[in-house]
Design a protein around this ligand. Structure first.
Ligand SMILES: [Zn+2]
Length: 461
């Protein structure tokens, strides 16, 4: 069943009609593609005789297009680094992806070495193509000296360009205004999406200087909302001036949501990504989990969290990105100023979001739009993110009934822990298909079968 080139008919599949309303359909898969969708019996596919097609009963599970996670850090440049390898690599990280119902990930460029040159891009891509369990896109990194080469990396296949205007993990930082603006200009000239880590560096430095290592401050005080607001305001201004496409990674505050909402009403191409941790946890979580929940940008106040849910449900937010950023627990146990920032999240996006829909904090329709449709549309992926004829048969069967606690011993991420440990969730994936091929079943990933994504309007393979 479900080998390449094999046809099969998925019966008793529940798909999202609108909001939380489901409908039963049958889905015909031939080779890597979806070739038919219809009401039960409508496709007229024979299940016996010489033209018989194998039947795969979805047992009334929800069937979604495989999730597209536009923001992960798999820590793997393709050049072996022993310390990074303890946290993750393309193999372990993409096993976590398919186990989480994610069939496409976009890897961020702050690896060692960073993805800032054409050759670094090629090394990472060739390595990922040999080891990834799901499909992947790679971001090119903006640096102090590569604005002249950035178009070539995008031309070679990079899915977008990531720019850090505030320092975070890694050493990528673009914080001179002229240089920062040059990348917004390049986004317009060369038609790529500029994804930004939007925390203003001068603002971060001013606030960090107030504290010293005798205090154990809340991370949200050291990197406060106003730093994010400043950076997003500047990004909106540059987008208005140059008309590029700007993607605000991990938007975490009301101020950012308000700025992005009004920039959309102006007609600017400013996109808003939200992470699950900014939706499901707030700044008080560090009282319980300490530096485990230290990440950039930080967990915010309850009122910011509320504003993110509003943005999610009123159409302001475009995507959910996990910002999966594994670190070892040993590193997380270090004192505040020495602990690294970042949390794993690939395996929990789907159950968190589905549980929220079943609890009526949002709808399955919104989850589908933000986790599948929109990442494919914004980044121009060919054949991804839709349950439609002609699209890749990237599918996930989702159990809407079974409630199960997040169990760290069952995770595939090499770091082996989760900020949601113990949380009881529904919406766990039971089967994942990548381009027609079964890549996760009975709790076990199979592969590696991942390929680099193709962008619309290119012949890049
Ligand atoms: Zn990130």
């Amino acid at each position: 069943m479900a080998q390449p080139g094999v046809s099969y008919l998925i019966t008793n599949a529940q798909t999202v009609l609108h909001q939380n309303v489901l409908q039963t359909v049958e889905i015909l898969v031939q080779g890597e593609k979806i070739t038919g969708i219809g009401k039960p019996g409508e496709l007229g596919v024979p299940d016996s005789g010489p033209h018989a097609v194998a039947v795969l009963d979805a047992q009334n599970h929800l069937v979604l297009p495989g999730l597209i996670d536009p923001h992960v850090h798999l820590r793997d440049s393709g050049v072996l680094n022993v310390e990074e390898r303890q946290k993750e690599d393309f193999g372990s990280g993409t096993k976590a992806a398919v186990a989480g119902g994610v069939t496409t990930v976009f890897d961020m460029p702050n690896t060692i070495p960073s993805t800032t040159t054409l050759s670094a891009y090629h090394v990472k891509r060739d390595h990922a193509a040999k080891t990834a369990y799901c499909d992947f896109g790679l971001f090119a990194g903006a640096s102090k000296d590569n604005v002249g080469q950035i178009a070539a990396i995008v031309e070679a296949g990079a899915v977008g360009v990531k720019m850090y205007v505030g320092a975070s993990t890694g050493n990528l930082l673009v914080c001179e205004p002229n240089l920062e603006e040059a990348f917004f200009k390049a986004s317009a000239e060369h038609g790529f999406v500029l994804a930004i880590h939007a925390e203003d560096q001068a603002c971060l430095e001013t606030h960090a200087a107030v504290y010293d290592d005798k205090k154990a401050p809340r991370h949200n005080e050291v990197r406060p909302p106003e730093c994010a607001e400043l950076a997003v305001q500047r990004a909106v201004n540059f987008t208005r001036k140059h008309h590029g496409q700007t993607y605000v990674c991990h938007s975490s505050t009301k101020a950012e949501a308000d700025l992005i909402r009004s920039s959309k009403s102006e007609g600017l191409s400013v996109f808003m990504e939200i992470t699950p941790h900014h939706l499901f946890l707030d700044e008080t979580e560090s009282d319980r989990q300490d530096n485990r929940v230290r990440m950039n940008p930080p967990l915010r106040s309850a009122s910011d969290v509320k504003a993110l849910w509003t943005a999610l449900n009123d159409g302001t937010a475009d995507t959910i990105g996990s910002d999966h950023a594994p670190h070892t627990l040993e590193q997380k146990r270090r004192p505040y100023w020495e602990a690294p920032s970042g949390v794993p999240g690939l395996e929990t996006v789907l159950p968190l979001m589905v549980t929220a829909a079943l609890d009526e904090k949002t709808t399955l329709e919104t989850v589908l739009r933000l986790c599948c449709h929109n990442p494919a549309r914004i980044f121009g992926l060919r054949g991804k993110g839709q349950l439609e004829v002609g699209f890749d048969a990237d599918l996930v069967f989702v159990d809407l009934k079974t409630k199960r606690a997040v169990d760290e011993s069952k995770l595939f991420t090499r770091c082996g822990w989760s900020p949601y440990v113990g949380m009881r969730l529904r919406g766990w994936p039971v089967k994942t298909f990548l381009r027609g091929q079964l890549v996760f079943e009975n709790g076990i990933p199979s592969g590696p079968f991942g390929k680099e994504v193709q962008k619309e309007g290119t012949n890049h393979g």
